[in-house]
Design a protein. Structure first.
Length: 251
């Protein structure tokens, strides 16, 4: 691991562990200290410092004589999405707040747009679109199941790009020059399908908070449509509304 100072080494190890446990299940065992030190190229002191912090946060648990295991997230921890004056993505929101975001890509393939997706993305029905299905973790805690569709003709490299780290919208900006200017949202409650329930580790038919979002570029063209589904444990969003012009005075 390429780090020059003790602080940067600690942060790099912590970030690696958070991302790693985000892809593991509760009860899974981490490799031994020796294995991790060799893999990451750091001292045991640095590794233990990072693990100690995650134990204190409740993300890891040590069992004497057995090892270190992924533990269940502490209840009541919320990482709300905030929707205000700036159109931005989930990844940037959370990392800007100092949190670590990890992503597990469940599916990334080309599919034919049904009538609804075609309408939302302004493409012909049956046109090829990229379907991207992901689990998002914040500080090691499973946060949301999100399905995103993007027009393949416009963003062909999204069919094969690596979205296990980083922000989808940052990638679109850097690779295609996309600047987001609008986000149309619909918030509702729906029952978890068998597939979503399995991945969110909840009971089928549990009622989930579903946030559907269609984002547009500066020219008013649809960029992507997605639905993020949240369990009752972390179903929380924040909205901030601002009057566009001067507030009329009451008569």
């Amino acid at each position: 691991m390429d780090s020059s100072t003790g602080t940067s080494k600690y942060r790099a190890v912590r970030d690696h562990l958070v991302e790693r446990i985000g892809t593991m299940r509760v009860g899974d065992r981490l490799p031994s200290e020796k294995e991790l030190c060799e893999e990451l190229g750091v001292s045991r002191i640095t590794l233990r410092h990072a693990v100690d912090g995650l134990v204190q946060d409740g993300r890891l648990a040590r069992e004497h004589g057995r090892g270190t295991f992924v533990s269940a997230p502490k209840p009541g921890i919320h990482y709300p999405e905030r929707f205000a004056d700036i159109v931005t993505g989930f990844h940037r929101q959370q990392t800007s707040a100092g949190h670590t975001v990890a992503t597990r890509v469940l599916r990334q393939e080309l599919v034919a747009a049904d009538n609804e997706i075609a309408r939302l993305l302004d493409v012909p029905s049956g046109a090829r679109v990229v379907e991207l299905v992901r689990l998002r973790f914040v500080n090691g805690q499973l946060h949301q199941h999100v399905v995103t569709y993007l027009p393949h003709d416009r963003f062909p490299e999204c069919a094969s790009a690596d979205f296990t780290t980083g922000s989808l919208f940052d990638y679109l900006h850097e690779r295609y020059g996309v600047v987001l200017s609008r986000n149309d949202m619909r918030v509702g409650v729906e029952e978890a399908t068998a597939d979503v329930a399995l991945n969110l580790e909840v009971a089928p038919s549990l009622r989930l908070l579903a946030v559907a979002s269609t984002v547009y570029d500066q020219d008013g063209h649809p960029v992507a449509h997605g639905v993020a589904r949240h369990t009752p444990l972390n179903s929380e969003i924040e909205l901030s509304l601002r009057v566009a012009g001067p507030t009329p005075q009451e008569a």
